[in-house]
Design a protein around this ligand. Structure first.
Ligand code: ADP
Ligand code: MG
Length: 311
């Protein structure tokens, strides 16, 4: 392709909300054999919603929610935001019940408990001290690594959530498992069509996630992705990319999160969701400004047409 053709293609991309950072990136996309999708915020909308709250002790539901919201309040994670958001509605409702004036006294910050030693543990959850006791909010690994036993009834409850494509968030307080939340994050509407389209183009779709295997399988099934890597630690996503590149295959990575940026950089073609974090956008070769996965196909198509390689 001539420099002019590259310039024209870059312009066509930009007009369609596909930002291409340079001619090399444009050229590499035509050769892509694997497209590796991050799950949360990429295949899914990244708008998690709490669907289930289950307390396994005598603890009052309001006290349970207050503990979790306090623990998650300073986390940036989408799951934390979902929990805080849910709790905000709950707290607003409770506050307006007690008050003569419906909108009075509902300041979330006043309702939250004081937190000490807050720690966000990537790929695991959060931990801190509340009322002098340790609270853990996160996945199984977070709890078991802290010596918390997961009773069978709780395990069964979490398995059930996961089989329904939800993420189970476990809560331990003072070394005791006190409850579970179920969080759902719906697929993007175009996700399944894009996966099918890629297959028709001879490109193999893969899903990678830090989430657990059971949830990952349930989500992958909905979009008809056969090949998945789950329970991948934040640093591990780049490793996954390299493993696919080992035999010389050309790999694209599509992601949105801070966690995804090393993988976006490691991929032959890094594609960031425009609504994603700045770090992901910086690490990528392409940015999808419309946040629409169809533009993964647009990007590959544009490259194929520009370099007129028909497979
Ligand atoms: P993803 O690849 O989906 O972005 P992460 O690596 O961010 O996943 O997180 C992996 C898992 O760790 C989540 O599915 C969740 O179980 C747990 N986790 C991480 N952060 C939090 C948090 N703030 N609160 C609860 N659970 C969390
Ligand atoms: Mg993500």
């Amino acid at each position: 392709a001539t420099p002019t053709a590259v310039m024209v293609a870059t312009g066509v991309g930009a007009n369609n909300g596909v930002l291409i950072k340079g001619g090399d990136a444009l050229e590499r996309a035509q050769k892509v054999q694997y497209v590796i999708f991050d799950k949360t915020g990429t295949l899914t909308q990244g708008k998690a919603t709490v669907t289930t709250v289950k307390v396994f002790t005598e603890m009052d539901r309001g006290d349970f929610l207050r503990l979790i919201a306090s623990a998650e309040a300073s986390s940036e994670h989408p799951l934390a935001k979902a929990i805080v958001e849910y709790t905000r509605h709950f707290q607003f409702f409770e506050a307006s019940k007690d008050s003569q004036h419906p909108n009075e006294g509902s300041a979330m910050s006043e309702w939250l408990l004081d937190v000490l030693d807050f720690q966000a543990i990537p790929g695991r959850g959060v931990q801190c001290q509340i009322n002098g006791k340790q609270i853990l909010v996160g996945n199984r690994s977070l709890l078991t690594e802290n010596g918390i036993e997961i009773p069978t009834n709780v395990e069964n409850f979490v398995v059930d959530l996961e089989e329904n494509a939800k993420t189970g968030i476990l809560v331990a307080y003072d070394s005791e498992l006190i409850g579970v939340m179920g969080v759902a994050d719906p697929l993007k509407r175009e996700a399944a069509v894009v996966v099918e389209g890629l297959k028709k183009m001879g490109v193999r779709p893969i899903m990678v996630t830090g989430d657990n295997w059971r949830t990952a399988r349930a989500v992958a099934k909905e979009v008809d992705i056969q090949d998945i890597r789950a329970e991948v630690m934040p640093a591990g996503k780049a490793e996954v990319i390299r493993s696919f590149q080992k035999d010389g295959s050309i790999v694209a990575m599509v992601g949105d999160g801070i966690n995804d940026s090393p993988a976006l950089a490691a991929a032959d073609v890094g594609i960031a969701i425009g609504a994603g974090t700045d770090i992901a956008i910086e690490a990528a070769d392409y940015v999808l400004m419309k946040n629409n996965l169809e533009d993964v196909i647009t990007a590959i198509d544009l490259s194929r047409k520009t370099f007129s390689r028909i497979r």
